[in-house]
Design a protein around this ligand. Structure first.
Ligand code: EPZ
Length: 441
């Protein structure tokens, strides 16, 4: 890991209840209310495409508040292989992409992260050539890249499918009108990276509107790109000859903020959370208020207090932004389990994102999957036990469940959580949670 982080609490064999555990686990002693103040880290899903974007020009990019998480470290390993000079200076990340080589991006690191596919648009723009493996990412669905590939072909790129990787060449990317069959976040970002230095004008119709896409556009504009339509489903890019050095402030991570708001709500707590941009979390805040939380947001600071019993919000359906974010769905399964009444969750973005239901049911929840919907019975008294994270947000949701449960919960495989949370245990200890991370020696 690039970041010089303090090691978490050393290995403690006394709490290991099982064999074959992976590198890290989180031990939570639950059922007390969270209270206190916490500041939100930089956004993972904003910074990952910006890292790829830093390859677009032969120069230096400085990112302030870049989160020190393993998905970032993985991207930086690939960038260093490509010839970038990388330096951390406190919470500044300095990238010098003056010299890039043409090595393939096909190693294990590229295969395990979803964001590695974003090097495709950037390297085609910069080098007119890329050899890149199919990406990995959380096992929440098939996660194809057909929209990325078909769109780049429309811009003149030749992409050869070589089984496990793609060989891509182009003489010059040409701007054109591209209409997405569905608003893919990653495909919108890849085409932005391909279009900013392309010949002519590119229009992306049915573009994703996530705040992380808008952050990428803001970074690119700051670097000299010409993009209009930010925040809308139609982005228009006028290709320019080159970009230039820039320094950019990474926005706070809205999903980390939403996770902690949910944890406070689940434990009948009260807290001040610094770094909550209301319009980026509007749907989540609306549902938490509907469930009975008092939330006041002033100058990107959220004051949250749960009053009385949480009420079921009825049905929540995940949708592209500005709808309810799929990355908050698992955390709400945990929250709904302790709310009054039956709730329904309909996951419409990914076809396999109910990975935590069996573990929550072993903690005492009562959730059934019917017709791709999760039917959640409320007012369940969760009990601590051993559970296993199977993806990033599912791992965070199991920690939220552990915070409300009676007794000790051990969440295994929390390497997944470290992909997106700089230090979830430290943040939650700031809210007076009794929680620690155990790393195998
Ligand atoms: C990004 O993934 C995020 N990851 C995900 O966050 C997030 O859940 C997702 O957007 C939706 O908001 C990063 O930004 C690194 P998509 P991405 O392309 O780009 C289908 C987290 O927990 N699709 O918008 O992969 C796809 O299968 C992660 O931080 C195609 O069919 O998401 C899915 O069903 C998890 N063909 C839907 O579109 C394609 O070519 C949305 O995918 C691309 C996508």
């Amino acid at each position: 890991m690039y970041c010089n982080r303090m090691e978490d609490i050393a290995y403690d064999s006394s709490v290991f209840l099982f064999r074959g555990m992976t590198m890290s686990s989180v031990v939570v002693s639950g059922s007390s209310s969270l209270y206190g103040e916490v500041s939100i880290q930089g956004s993972k899903n904003a910074v990952l495409p910006i890292l790829a974007a830093s390859l677009l020009h032969s120069g230096v990019t400085v990112l302030k508040d870049c989160p020190c998480i393993s998905d970032v470290s993985d991207m930086l390993l690939i960038m260093e292989d490509l010839g970038c000079q990388i330096k951390w200076d406190n919470n500044f990340l300095i990238i010098d992409a003056t010299k890039l080589n043409q090595i393939p991006v096909t190693g294990d690191t590229a295969k395990k992260t979803r964001a590695s596919i974003l090097f495709l648009g950037a390297l085609l723009s910069r080098n007119k050539h890329a050899v890149i493996s199919y990406p990995g990412g959380c096992t929440i669905g098939k996660r194809p890249i057909d929209i990325h590939v078909n769109s780049l072909k429309k811009m003149g790129a030749l992409l050869e499918d070589e089984e496990n990787f793609l060989t891509c060449n182009v003489s010059k990317l040409r701007g054109t009108r591209i209409e997405f069959p569905s608003p893919s976040v990653g495909a919108t970002e890849n085409i932005l990276l391909a279009a900013v230095l392309a010949e002519g004008i590119t229009e992306i119709v049915n573009a994703a509107r996530e705040p992380e896409v808008t952050a990428l556009c803001e970074f690119l504009i700051q670097s000299g790109a010409k993009i209009t339509g930010l925040g809308t489903s139609c982005l228009r890019i006028v290709g320019v000859d080159e970009l230039h050095d820039t320094s950019y402030q990474v926005p706070p991570d809205r999903i980390v903020a939403g996770t902690y708001l949910t944890a406070v709500a689940a434990t009948s707590g009260y807290a001040v959370i610094h770094g909550v941009i209301e319009q980026d979390l509007a749907e989540v805040i609306y549902v938490l208020r509907k469930m009975g939380c008092l939330i006041d947001i002033r100058e990107n600071k959220a004051f949250i207090k749960r009053k009385g019993t949480l009420q079921s919000p009825g049905t929540i359906t995940t949708e592209p932004f500005p709808g309810f974010p799929t990355d908050m769905q698992s955390q709400f399964l945990s929250l709904m389990s302790v709310a009054y009444g039956e709730s329904v969750v309909e996951e419409r973005i990914f076809e396999a994102r109910y990975n935590i239901v069996d573990d929550l049911n072993r903690m005492g929840a009562l959730i059934n999957i019917e017709d791709k919907k999760a039917i959640v019975q409320g007012l369940r008294r969760l009990r601590g036990t051993e559970v296993v994270a199977k993806d990033l947000r599912g791992g965070a949701a199991l920690i939220v469940a552990g915070l409300t449960a009676e007794g000790i919960t051990v969440v295994r495989n929390t390497d997944y959580v470290e992909r997106g949370y700089v230090d979830i245990c430290k943040d939650l200890r700031n809210l007076n949670a009794n929680i620690r991370m155990i790393k195998e020696a």
